[in-house]
Ligand binder design. Structure first.
Ligand code: ADP
Ligand code: MG
Length: 559
C-alpha cells in the first residue's frame, strides 16, 4: 500500500520526538501504557453499560513483551482497538488533547525540556524506535489492520491477521549509541522500574514475564530459575491510596501528566466523605492560568469516575464558574455507570458532591490565605479575576462564598489587602470603605480626589480591573460598611463649619461657575465648587451610582 504523509503539525511533533534529548526517552512507555489503559476503559465502560460484550473486568490486561533477539518491545492490550479509519485518523494526525497544547507552548518557548513534563502521546514511541508497527482490531470488527511507520517519511496501512480485538504495538528499538543504550528498554529490571514509576496506578494489570528463582525440588540450597508472568503495577489509583503513602512528587507527576501542565500545582486537595454522598476527590489548584483560561475555549470540569471507571473526562456541573480553574477528579460509588450527560445534570448525588467540593475549595483557599500569604497572592494574580467575576455574576448570589477571598491594592502599602484587613484598620469615625478606580494602583493614587481622603487618614482601595467596581457594587457593604468611590459626587468629609464656608464660597462664585458651565456646554453637565480638592485645581466627577470608570466599561461593552 502507498506511503501516506503525516499532516504538517504531526510531522513537527514527530521531528521533535525523534530529536529529543535522552533524559526524556523513558516516558514513551508511560504514554503507550496510558493509551492501552484508555482503550480498555472504553471497552470496559461499554461492557458495564450495555452488558453485551461478553467480557468481564478480569479479562482485561496490558502486556509488555521485550524480545532481545529481535530487539523489539511489544505493548499489547485487549481494549477497544481501532478500525482502519481510526488508525489513520488517530495516529496520522496530531492528537487533540495533550499534544496540541504542547504545540502552542512549544511555539512560545521552544524549550524541548517540557517533553518530560506531560503527555506527548503516541509519537513518544519514536523517541526510542526507528520503526513502529501498530496492529489493531476494533472490538466487534472482523478485520484487523497494520499501521507501520519509520518516522518522518510517512506511514502505511495494510490488512493483517489478528485473532483478538485490541491493539499490539511493536517498537523496533534504535541501535545503541555512545550516549544511550536503547537496549536497556528490553531489560526486565528497567521495565519494571518504569512501570512502577509512571504507571503504578493504572487500574488494569500490566503483565510481564519475569525471571524468578525457587529451590530445586528435594534440595535445601540449590536454586533454579524459571519464568513466570507477573502483574507489575499495584493497580491502586493514587486517590485510593492512603494519604500517608503518596508523596508530593507523586501528586505533582500525576497532575502534570493528566492535565498537561509543565508546572507543579500550587495546591493539592484531597478530600473524601462517606454517608449521604460517598466519594473521593483529588483536586489541584494550578500555579498559573492556562493560556486559554480567560477565553471561551477553556472548558471547566472535573473528571468523573463511578467506582473507579471513568465516565466523563470533564464534568462541568461539579464546579461553579468562579472555581473553574480547579482541576482534578471525583470518584463516587453512588453514581450509576449508565447515567447520561442529561441525567447527570439533575442528579441529586452529583449536586450534593458539587456543593461539598465548593465548600472544600473555599476553605482550602481561606486557609492558604491565612497560612501562606505569598502563595495566596500569587494564586490571586492568576485567578483573582475569576473570583471577582464570581461575585458579580448571578446577581451576586455567591458573594458570601467569595468576599473574604478577594484582594485589592490599597493605599496601605505594596501588598494587596483583604476587605477584613481594611476594616480592621479603619479609623475612628470612618464609616465607609473608600476606593478609587484607575488602570493601575499608581494612577489611582494620583487621582486628585484621593488626596482629601488620605489626608483624613483613611485608607483607599485601588481598583484596577474593570470588574472590580461592579463586584463591590454587588457586595454593597462589607461588615456593614458601605463602599464609597472617592470620586462620587456625594462624598462628603467636611465638618459643619467647612460646609458653611463652602456655601458662602458657592454664592460668591455663582457667576463664574455659570460662565464655565456655559462655556463647556455639551462636554460636562455642570461646573461646581468641589470640597474634595487639596493641591489640584480641578477634577472630573460623576453623579449618581455609576462612576466614570464604570461608564467607560459599560460604553465599551457590545450592545
Ligand atoms: P491521546 O491519548 O492524548 O488522545 P495519543 O497520541 O496518545 O493522544 O493517542 C492518539 C489516539 O490514538 C488516542 O486518542 C486513541 O484514540 C488512539 N490510540 C492510541 N493508542 C491506542 C490503543 N492502544 N488502543 C486504541 N486506540 C489507541
Ligand atoms: Mg495518550
Amino acid at each position: 500500500m502507498a506511503m501516506k504523509q503525516f499532516k504538517a503539525e504531526s510531522k513537527r511533533l514527530l521531528d521533535l520526538m525523534i530529536n529529543s534529548i535522552y533524559t526524556h526517552h523513558e516516558i514513551f512507555l508511560r504514554e503507550l501504557i496510558s493509551n492501552a489503559s484508555d482503550a480498555i476503559d472504553k471497552l470496559y465502560y461499554r461492557t458495564l453499560k450495555d452488558g453485551d460484550t461478553g467480557l468481564n473486568r478480569s479479562d482485561f490486561s496490558i502486556s509488555i513483551e521485550p524480545n532481545k533477539e529481535a530487539r523489539t518491545l511489544v505493548i499489547r492490550d485487549n481494549g477497544c482497538g481501532m478500525t482502519k479509519d481510526e488508525l489513520e485518523n488517530n495516529l496520522g494526525v496530531i492528537a487533540k488533547s495533550g499534544s496540541l497544547s504542547f504545540k502552542s507552548e512549544q511555539e512560545k518557548s521552544d524549550d524541548i525540556d517540557i517533553i518530560g513534563q506531560f503527555g506527548v502521546g503516541f509519537y513518544a514511541s519514536f523517541m526510542v524506535s526507528d520503526k513502529v508497527v501498530v496492529e489493531s482490531r476494533a472490538f466487534g470488527s472482523d478485520e484487523a489492520w497494520r499501521w507501520t511507520s519509520s518516522g518522518a517519511e510517512g506511514y502505511t496501512v495494510d490488512p493483517c491477521n489478528k485473532p483478538d480485538h485490541g491493539t499490539t504495538i511493536t517498537l523496533h528499538l534504535k541501535p545503541d549509541t555512545d550516549d544511550e543504550k536503547f537496549s536497556d528498554f528490553l531489560e526486565e529490571f528497567r521495565l519494571r522500574s518504569l512501570i512502577k514509576k509512571y504507571s503504578d496506578y493504572i487500574r488494569y494489570p500490566i503483565r510481564m514475564e519475569v525471571e524468578k528463582h525457587r529451590l530445586k525440588e528435594g534440595s535445601e540450597n540449590d536454586y533454579e530459575s524459571y519464568r513466570e508472568v507477573e502483574t507489575i503495577n499495584s493497580m491502586v489509583p493514587i486517590w485510593k491510596k492512603a494519604k500517608s503513602e503518596v508523596t508530593d512528587e507523586e501528586y505533582n507527576r500525576f497532575y502534570q501528566e493528566k492535565f498537561f501542565d509543565w508546572k507543579a500545582p500550587a495546591k493539592v486537595i484531597r478530600t473524601s466523605t462517606e454517608g449521604t454522598a460517598t466519594y473521593e476527590a483529588l483536586l489541584f489548584i494550578p500555579s498559573a492560568a492556562p493560556m486559554d483560561y480567560y477565553t471561551k475555549e477553556y472548558e471547566k470540569g472535573l473528571a468523573l469516575y463511578a467506582s473507579g471507571v471513568l465516565i466523563m473526562e470533564k464534568c462541568a456541573d461539579l464546579l461553579p464558574d468562579y472555581f473553574s480553574f480547579v482541576r482534578g477528579l471525583v470518584d463516587s460509588q453512588d453514581l450509576s455507570l449508565n447515567i447520561s450527560r442529561e441525567m447527570l445534570q439533575h442528579d441529586r448525588q452529583l449536586k450534593l458532591i458539587a456543593s461539598r467540593l465548593e465548600k472544600k475549595i473555599q476553605s482550602e483557599l481561606s486557609s492558604m490565605l491565612k497560612n501562606d500569604r505569598e502563595a495566596y497572592e500569587s494564586f490571586f494574580k492568576a485567578f483573582g479575576l475569576q473570583l471577582k467575576y464570581g461575585v458579580y455574576a448571578d446577581y451576586g448570589t455567591h458573594k458570601d462564598v467569595l468576599k473574604d477571598l478577594l484582594l485589592f491594592a490599597s493605599s496601605n502599602g505594596d501588598h494587596p489587602t483583604t476587605l477584613a484587613e481594611y476594616v480592621s484598620r479603619m479609623k475612628e469615625g470612618q464609616t465607609e470603605i473608600y476606593y478609587a478606580c484607575a488602570e493601575t494602583a499608581a494612577r489611582a493614587a494620583m487621582l486628585p480626589q484621593t488626596e482629601a481622603v488620605r489626608e483624613k487618614g483613611y485608607e483607599i482601595l485601588y481598583l484596577t480591573d474593570n470588574v472590580d467596581e461592579f463586584a463591590l457594587k454587588m457586595l454593597m457593604t462589607y461588615d456593614e460598611k458601605p463602599f464609597k468611590n472617592v470620586c462620587a459626587d456625594d462624598l462628603d468629609l467636611r465638618t459643619d463649619e467647612e460646609k458653611k464656608e463652602a456655601e458662602q464660597q458657592l454664592s460668591e462664585n455663582k457667576d463664574l461657575l455659570a460662565f464655565l458651565t456655559e462655556s463647556l456646554d455639551g462636554k460636562v453637565k455642570a461646573v461646581t465648587l468641589s470640597n474634595r480638592l487639596k493641591s489640584h485645581p480641578v477634577c472630573l466627577s460623576s453623579e449618581g451610582a455609576i462612576s466614570i470608570e464604570m461608564e467607560k466599561v459599560l460604553n465599551a461593552m457590545p450592545t
